[in-house]
Ligand binder design. Structure first.
Ligand code: PEP
Ligand code: MN
Length: 293
């Protein structure tokens, strides 16, 4: 391990990896995130209608996803864009869970909404724009549901772990970190996927780490290859946008996969998942090196 990391991250003692606390496995219904399984969360950017959500849920479940994503409250860059269905969207997510058995991950944008959303969601998502909303993080610390914490688009890994620490110190140990791409000078992709974030976070923190390739690149053609990269560097899962008709999506259509593309991506992931074990072995060596130092 880079000796600098010890000092840099050890102040976040509740989320830093130690010999006593090497790994957190977040239990969501019968799903374990941060253990041996590679857990795929998939679905539309935004819940738009009953038909759109149920069709997507059924399709991603058949392909092997375990968790359905879908925003009911949407933090849109433009105030003129579709803002989500709100409570109606939450009710549709619950219906999709009943129909498919998939667990639900959906975003909370403000502390006032946390209690209501926690009644419907299995995992509470914190979006990139909210990573430093400390009032929200504190409320999520008390919400009784696991939290999927997305990295702020201009946040360092230290910033991300600081936010994770806020959730944990307010009473919630079940935090899943999410690398979703950061802002750089590159413009060919929507954001820049910081793939190194995965092995760094998995080395310095005990929390599970998932990758969101959809928001990282912004174009659907790159999502499968970035998903493979995430598996190979040892991520614990993915968060992927899928839509029945991406060109008509009310949000993030250009980066959403069709059902066929998602199924193909899941099939093609298999050989890469076998390589996750090697990433874990590498990490154990690095961690052992730290202990020996
Ligand atoms: C989303 O998951 O649809 C979303 C808004 O993500 P992010 O916060 O990463 O932009
Ligand atoms: Mn989106």
């Amino acid at each position: 391990m880079n000796p600098h990391w010890n000092g840099q991250f050890s102040c976040f003692h509740l989320v830093a990896k130690t010999d006593e606390h090497p790994a957190t496995v977040v239990q969501v219904r019968d799903i374990e995130i941060g253990g041996d399984d590679f857990v795929v969360m998939a679905g539309p950017c935004a819940v738009e209608s009953e038909r759109q959500l149920l069709e997507t849920a059924e399709s991603v479940a058949v392909a092997g996803a375990r968790i359905l994503r879908g925003g009911a409250y949407k933090p849109r860059s433009s105030p003129y864009s579709f803002q989500g269905l709100g409570l109606e969207g939450l009710k549709l997510l619950r219906k999709a869970r009943e129909a498919t058995g998939l667990a639900i991950v959906t975003e909370a944008m403000c502390p006032e909404d946390v209690e209501l959303i926690a009644e419907y969601a299995d995992i509470m998502q914190v979006g990139t724009r909210s990573m430093e909303n400390y009032a929200l993080l504190e409320a999520l610390g008390r919400c009784g549901r696991p939290v999927l914490l997305k990295r702020g688009m201009t946040a360092t890994l230290e910033d991300l772990l600081r936010s994770a620490q806020v959730v944990v110190m307010n009473g919630n140990p079940d935090v899943i970190l999410c690398e979703r791409g950061i802002r750089t000078f590159e413009t060919a992709t929507r954001n820049t996927l910081d793939i190194a974030a995965v092995p760094v976070l998995k080395t310095v923190s005990h929390l599970p780490v998932v990758v969101d390739p959809s928001h990282a690149c912004g174009v659907r053609s790159l999502v499968p290859v970035l998903s493979r990269a995430a598996a190979v560097v040892g991520a614990d899962g993915l968060l992927v946008e899928v839509h029945p008709a991406p060109d008509q999506a009310l949000s993030d259509g250009t980066q959403s996969l069709t059902f066929a593309q998602f199924h193909e991506m899941m099939d093609d992931l298999r050989p890469y998942l076998a390589l996750r074990g090697e990433a874990h072995e590498f990490r154990e060596q690095v961690t052992a090196g730290r202990s020996a130092r």
